[in-house]
Design a protein around this ligand. Structure first.
Ligand code: ATP
Ligand code: MG
Length: 463
């Protein structure tokens, strides 16, 4: 039987727009419930990303009820978007999904008058709960107790559910990684068995799930536990597992090391997380053992970058992110030199955002090594981070546009238009970066003038 329980859920915490939508539908004689992720997140005390409402009202009835505030965003699936006070609520008619042929989307959907039937089609017990205006919770599959126990479990028969829609396999990994859930054994076993169906999922959907997985708080532990699913998507990563580095700096194989680096990178930053996870992906093909039996991986940053680029392409990642990830991996063995001029050069070469990321990546990489070996390097790295922060704070000059003089100043000096102007400006910048000249207009103008005078004398020795 359906577990209906009265619960003191603080309904006043629901956004105003959601309350209005639920009330209007109920006043129209319909059933209306918040459902899915927003209920799950509310029970966890988290702020939901989006609010979904499920209702007995048919799409045309929803359209009519909300008039100009309604937009038919997915009518064939019964979804209408209602925007009130700048907030959008997705309102979907109770429905049952039909058969599946493409392991991704139902061939047809049927509307129903039963909330329970609608909850049956949902993927996991923690996503199959509904909450109404009176704080009444419908939870026929005991999602609340799974949530409390930290368990992810399919609604219904796991293997069938993953076969119907293989995206659910990745959603499971994502929910585990985001909430630190353990996947219930039958559900986990079914994921492994149905993993071949992942090839039916589009690159776009794979990318959006994987982006959320790699930036999740429990990403490393989840990828370690469900690596076979991950290796199916990224076969290039399989050889990392069990690959011993044979170097006193490393206590872990390359796969474990990559996961550790991921766990030490910044979860707010998708680019950095991908770079950390992929930074050593080229190591196995660069392995070489020296006469003393110590392992080395000469050239692995470039090899890793090349493999990472292929992966980004396959995932249809946009050009900008791809380039940023590839650049970080290429440079991840950046020298540890806590000097102003070196950091200014880094800023010039990579820009502020990438330079900061590069240091964070280098730090994460060191934090994933044997502490006794990494300690000194970590100290240098922290000095570099400190210095970088200071340079950015004082708005230090590291690029042409920060320089106190411009091309026009040189033209005014009588220097002819052309490549020489650019060269002189670059030379002046180089002097400033080296700390040989202050970034002051008069000083720089004088310096350029002197160089220009000398150049003229060289070119016209008879003058
Ligand atoms: P989030 O919004 O944080 O991504 P969510 O669980 O709300 O998580 P949505 O994609 O917004 O995910 O979907 C809302 C709800 O619809 C889910 O909670 C679930 O009940 C159902 N759902 C979504 N995708 C699927 C799917 N592929 N198979 C079955 N049910 C699904
Ligand atoms: Mg949602």
């Amino acid at each position: 039987e359906n577990a209906t329980e009265r619960r003191d859920f603080p309904v006043e915490n629901l956004p105003k727009s959601v309350q209005i939508v639920l009330r209007r539908l109920e006043e129209d004689g319909q059933e209306a419930w918040c459902v899915g992720g927003c209920v799950r997140d509310s029970l966890l005390g988290r702020t939901p990303e989006d609010w979904d409402v499920t209702t007995s009202a048919l799409p045309e009835q929803i359209m009519e009820l909300f008039g100009a505030q309604a937009r038919p965003t997915g009518l064939q699936h019964g979804t209408v978007s209602v925007t009130l006070e700048g907030e959008t609520v997705e309102v979907t008619t109770f429905r049952v999904d039909g058969t599946y042929h493409d392991h991704r989307r139902p061939d047809q959907v049927t509307f129903t008058r039963s909330l329970e039937e609608d909850l049956c089609r949902r993927d996991f017990t923690i996503n199959a709960m509904a909450l109404n205006l009176r704080g009444e919770l419908r939870d026929p599959f005991c999602g609340q107790s799974d949530l409390a126990a930290g368990v992810l479990r399919c609604v219904g028969e796991p293997e069938r559910r993953f076969e119907e829609d293989a995206l659910r396999i990745l959603r499971a990994v994502r929910f585990a990684a985001v909430y630190g859930l353990t996947i219930q054994p039958e559900t986990a076993a079914a994921m492994e068995r149905t993993a071949p169906f992942l090839k039916w999922v589009s690159a776009e959907r794979i990318l959006s799930e994987c982006d959320r997985i790699v930036t999740a708080p429990y990403a490393a532990a989840t990828l370690a536990a469900y690596c076979s699913i991950w290796f199916r998507l990224f076969p290039e990563m399989q050889p990392l597992q069990g690959f011993q580095q044979q170097h006193p700096r490393h206590a872990h194989d390359v796969w474990e090391h990559s996961l550790l680096a991921l766990s030490h990178s910044d979860q707010q930053d998708t680019v950095l997380c991908w770079a950390a996870l992929l930074h050593d992906i080229g190591k196995p093909s660069c392995f070489h053992r020296d006469a003393a039996g110590i392992g080395h991986f000469y050239g692995h940053p470039a090899e890793s970058a090349a493999l990472a680029k292929q992966i980004c392409k396959r995932l249809k990642m946009d050009r900008k992110r791809t380039d940023a990830i590839v650049a970080l991996i290429t440079a991840h063995e950046v020298q540890l030199l806590p000097q102003r001029s070196y950091l200014l050069r880094m800023l010039r070469k990579y820009g502020a955002i990438q330079a900061k990321r590069l240091l964070t990546l280098r730090k994460a990489d060191l934090q994933a090594q044997v502490p006794a070996y990494a300690e000194q390097d970590l100290q240098k790295l922290e000095q570099m981070q400190q210095l970088l922060q200071e340079l950015l704070q004082e708005q230090a000059c590291f690029q042409l546009k920060d320089l106190a003089i411009r091309g026009n100043d040189l033209l005014a000096m009588g220097i002819p238009k052309g490549v020489l102007i650019g060269k002189l400006l670059q030379d002046a910048l180089e002097q400033v970066i080296r700390g040989k000249l202050p970034n002051e207009r008069e000083t720089l103008l004088q310096w350029v003038q002197e160089r220009w005078n000398r150049r003229k004398q060289h070119q016209n020795p008879t003058d």
